[in-house]
Design a protein. Structure first.
Lengths: 209, 324
């Protein structure tokens, strides 16, 4: 029990390492010619990284049988939201300087921004309902159904990345491939459990021997 | 298995509680430190910016504050040499702007020839040194606007492209000029598979003859570095940066509108004319404003990048939202 607590602290600290290094590089003028653009891009990538880590928890748990991995999922998900929030803030602040009219026009004209914003806002209810109290209030089933929204966020996030690159699609495609594996695993599990369920129902209708 | 009774273990062999706890603390500390270092390493490998190379020339290295006034424009400082040489789009070498400075260093730029050919009376293959002496080299300080939404002020060294074209004597049916970037792998160009090579560009002949259309061979009085299009490139300050083709080896006069690389890749985003236009509703990048490299705020983008007085008459009567 105490070890899980320690691992949580370790993950918490590790997840802040990229942010700390971005801050360090910024202070030392090492973010290149366009530091604001760099910060925007990096926080975006980190959002995707944490979304993938969050979605990797369930497959990893089922394949390895290490059940307590689930205990880290909430924190990873909240970090995805945290970096998503920084990414969103970087856009509204550094790109639009809180000029909401310009931002609205930008969103209207550029599909990749609509996709990105939607994906981010879909995470908001998930972050709000991430506490134990909220899980109880919603009830496990409903809570789980709500939190399936994270699949849409992840798909939207990768699509957002894919749409915004000019011609070199390698990075978004890598994220897409990882996401395909993570979601594909879930489909496979759901499908194969249905297959198993079928013969069971057949035996029910079979005449007694 | 030997199971010792409690009595069989000497009390001196039992790890005392304090040592046990210390050991655990130590293991935890090591795990934490080790994982943090590993995460930091991973970040540095995958996401962090390129380590910045020092400015490769000792002679001119004006930084943002110290850039001599004569290199700037009224009210607009020249962009630091370090930024001009370390923030480059040159897709043959790399698709991110930070690593081109490193990956392009071994480009072989000597010997170099530029072929002027096609519908001309005097076709000629120029040796670089001969080409550079065709007209006096001038300091030309122009704004440079990238379609991605950033801009610089760059003190080029060069002369008008028209000097070359005039000597070639275009024939009556020559209406366009096609340009081609070097794509010889023996010159140490990795040629990423981001686009189809060679990189090609084109201009209408009257655009190419305009005095602002510059054949540049230097920046801040220094010879061009590979990342900036060494040894010779085009500079078209009223058009988006990708029109200013780098490391030119061929200039061909033609009758029909020639292909251009970015237009072939994304025809709805990159048109043949590609004049800087704040009203153009580009699907990927906002064109109404730009970030001047070195500044934190944004500047409003000007029509023709502020060169309307000089070039607007080239497009009289044209709907520039259609001919983008």
């Amino acid at each position: 029990m105490k070890e899980i607590k320690f691992y949580k602290v370790a993950i918490f600290i590790n997840a802040l390492v990229p942010l700390a290094l971005v801050g360090w590089d910024w202070l030392h003028g090492r973010l290149g010619a366009d530091p604001l653009n760099f910060v925007t891009r990096t926080t975006g990538t980190l959002t995707l990284v944490f979304l993938m880590l969050t979605l990797a928890v369930t497959p990893a748990r089922k394949i390895t049988g290490v059940q307590w991995l689930i205990r880290f999922r909430r924190m990873l998900g909240l970090y995805a939201f945290f970096y998503g929030f920084l990414h969103f803030t970087a856009y509204v602040w550094f790109d639009k300087f809180f000029n909401l009219r310009a931002a609205a026009e930008d969103v209207w004209r550029r599909p990749f921004i609509i996709v990105g914003l939607t994906s981010f806002f879909l995470m908001v209810p998930l972050a709000i309902t991430s506490t134990n109290g909220m899980i109880k209030r919603l009830g496990g089933k409903r809570w789980q159904r709500l939190h399936k929204l994270v699949y849409l966020t992840a798909i939207g996030g990768v699509l957002h990345f894919y749409l915004l690159v000019k011609s070199d699609t390698r990075r978004p495609v890598i994220f897409g491939a990882i996401l395909a594996v993570l979601l594909g695993y879930r489909l496979y599990v759901a499908y194969s459990s249905k297959l198993k369920a079928k013969p069971l129902s057949l035996t029910q209708t079979a005449p007694p021997r | 298995m030997v199971i010792k009774k409690a009595g069989d273990i000497k009390s001196s062999e039992i790890t005392d509680r304090k040592t046990y706890l210390n050991r655990r603390q130590f293991m935890r500390g090591a795990t934490l430190a080790g994982s943090v270092v590993a995460t930091g390493f991973l970040y540095r490998q995958l996401l962090a910016p390129e380590p910045v190379l020092p400015t490769p020339t000792g002679k001119v290295a004006p930084d943002a504050q110290a850039a001599p006034k004569q290199w700037g424009l009224p009210g607009e400082e020249a962009t630091p040499y370090q930024d001009i040489t370390h923030y480059n789009n040159f897709y043959e070498f790399a698709t991110d702007k930070y690593s081109v400075a490193r990956t392009s260093q071994s480009l072989v730029t000597r010997p170099w020839t530029v072929s002027v050919e096609g519908l001309v009376n005097n076709p000629k293959v120029y040796d670089l040194d001969e080409l550079l002496k065709l007209a006096p080299q001038e300091d030309r300080i122009y704004r440079h606007r990238c379609v991605e939404g950033w801009s610089m002020v760059i003190p080029w060294l060069g002369f008008s492209l028209s000097e070359v074209l005039k000597r070639a004597e275009p024939q009556g049916n020559a209406r366009f000029v096609a340009f081609e970037t070097v794509n010889d792998k023996k010159r140490n160009i990795p040629l990423t598979d981001a686009l189809d090579w060679p990189y090609v560009e084109g201009l209408r002949l009257d655009e190419a003859m305009h005095p602002l259309a510059t054949l540049a061979s230097g920046i801040y009085g220094e010879a061009l570095l590979p990342q900036n299009g060494a040894p010779i490139r085009l500079v078209l300050p009223w058009k988006y940066g990708y029109k200013s083709i780098k490391s030119v080896v061929r200039i061909k006069l033609v009758e029909r509108m020639p292909p251009m690389t970015w237009n072939l890749a994304e025809p709805t985003l990159y048109g043949f004319y590609s004049n800087v236009n704040p009203k153009f509703a580009h699907r990927l990048r906002d064109q109404t404003a730009e970030r001047r490299i070195g500044e934190y705020g944004k500047r409003e983008t000007q029509m023709f990048n502020g060169y309307g007085d000089e070039v607007a008459q080239l497009y009289a009567g044209m709907d520039l939202n259609y001919y983008f």
